[in-house]
Structures are given as C-alpha cells and as structure tokens.
Design a protein around this ligand. Structure first.
Ligand SMILES: NC(=O)c1ccc[n+]([C@@H]2O[C@H](COP(=O)([O-])OP(=O)(O)OC[C@H]3O[C@@H](n4cnc5c(N)ncnc54)[C@H](OP(=O)(O)O)[C@@H]3O)[C@@H](O)[C@H]2O)c1
Length: 215
C-alpha cells in the first residue's frame, strides 16, 4: 500500500516497486483506473473511513499485505509568528494522524507476512529547517514520533518500521516554495530506490532511519 501515489515521491515509489515485480495497492484522493497488478482505491487522510475501506479492499484483492508506505503529505507554509493553529492541525491530520490510522489498521496484516512499514518523513522531522515552515516541521516531528512508537509495537510482531528523511526533493511540493531550486533538490527516483531497497531486505534486518540529505 502506498498513500499519495498519484504524483511526486509516491508515484516514483510505485514505479520503482512495479519494476521490481511488486503488486501495488495505491491510495489516492482521486483514484485512477485499477488493472491486474495495480489496485487503486480512494484514500483521503482527512476522511478516516477511506483508510479502512482501502485496507479492506487491499486484503480482499491480494489476500495479504507485505508493506505500507506512508507517503501522502501536505506542506502549508505557516510560521510560529502566526498564532492560528488550524493549518498546523490540518498538517498533523494529514502527515501524522493519517499514517497513525493506516499503521494501526495494517499492523495485524503485516504481522502475518513479516512485512514492513516505511514512513516518508523529512529532514524537517529531525531539525527545525525553514522558519516559514514551522507548522510543517511540527507535523513531521510528530510523524517521527509515530514511526518510533510503531517500531516499538511492531518489533515483537516481526514487522520492520523505517523512517525515510529526505531533504528537498524535486516535486510539486518543493517547487511551490520560494527559494528551493530544482537543481539543488533530490530526484524522487532516489527516494524511491531507498524505499525499494528497505522493502527488499529480509525480515529481521532493522533499519530505523534513512537520511537522504542535499548539500
Ligand atoms: N518534496 C520534498 O522536498 C519532500 C522532502 C521531504 C519529505 N517529503 C515528503 O514526501 C511525501 C510526498 O511529498 P511530495 O514531495 O511527493 O509532494 P507532492 O508532489 O505535493 O505530493 C503529495 C502527495 O500527497 C497527497 N496528499 C496530499 N494531501 C492528502 C490527503 N489529505 N490525503 C491523501 N493524500 C494526500 C497528494 O495527493 P493530491 O494529488 O490529491 O494532492 C500527493 O499524492 C510527503 O509526505 C512530504 O512531506 C517531501
């Protein structure tokens, strides 16, 4: 299962995994057509019921679950000097609580296959980056917290959890921000290869964190 797989890093992960023979279940706000190797379901992190329906449809279609990639995310520029917390709450909803729900629903299924969870976090989940993106940082720190507690809960079940923390990646998200030059950003395919490599490790190999920084 890959959330937010219609564009950007999520689409690159779907492409890399398809090339390696994975059967995919893609969660999107506006689903495209499904085919034999690719189930596409509606998933909106702001609508909890879509997570349950997507998980149920995946297990029905494939009979098992080997991996969950929590990729869907949103960046709303919002500095600490802005007292309104609604944009921060919205980013927490999409970037941390959506993954919380999917993790919670997926864990029992991943426990049966010795599967893995990969959380697409960010360098902004490790340190304060740009002041204008304070709210985003807070949401990605929350995602890192989720990844840590998920790893603790998943380890005894034989499920691995990895947080992938990229610097700027050349997608719509980074291009929408002032001062981020595409030539200084990572190719989404680099992040996708890292995710594929994690998912192809034998179970029992613990990879808590991967940092893909830019100079
Ligand atoms: N780009 C970077 O520099 C960078 C760096 C580090 C980490 N990340 C993280 O990488 C992940 C992917 O980002 P990206 O760069 O590929 O961004 P992107 O090109 O803006 O794509 C974001 C994806 O998330 C989906 N999404 C947004 N809100 C959603 C919601 N409420 N429910 C379900 N899906 C939703 C989008 O769907 P729609 O098409 O429907 O909007 C889209 O598929 C995010 O978690 C982001 O925080 C990005």
């Amino acid at each position: 299962m890959i959330s937010g797989a219609n564009r950007g890093i999520g689409a690159a992960i779907a492409h890399a995994l398809a090339e390696s023979g994975w059967r995919l279940s893609l969660g999107m706000r506006r689903p495209q057509a499904s085919d034999r190797r690719r189930l596409v379901e509606r998933y909106d992190a702001r609508e909890p019921a879509t997570a349950e329906r997507w998980l149920a449809a995946t297990v029905r279609a494939f009979g098992r679950l080997d991996a969950l990639v929590n990729n869907a995310g949103v960046l709303i520029p919002h500095p600490l000097t802005a007292p309104d917390t609604e944009p921060v709450l919205d980013m927490l909803r999409v970037n941390a609580l959506g993954p919380w729900r999917l993790t919670s629903l997926a864990l029992p299924h991943l426990a049966r296959t010795g599967g893995r969870i990969v959380d697409i976090a960010s360098i902004s989940g490790l340190r304060a980056t740009v002041p204008a993106e304070a709210g985003y940082c807070v949401s990605k720190f929350a995602m890192m917290g989720l990844s840590a507690v998920a790893a603790q809960a998943a380890r005894p079940l034989g499920v691995g959890v990895t947080a992938v923390c990229p610097g700027w990646v050349d997608t719509d998200m980074a291009r929408s921000l002032p001062g981020v030059a595409p030539e200084g950003a990572l190719d989404p395919a680099v992040v996708a290869r890292a995710v594929r490599d994690v998912l192809q490790q034998p179970s029992g190999v613990d990879i808590p964190r991967i940092i893909l920084d830019v100079p």
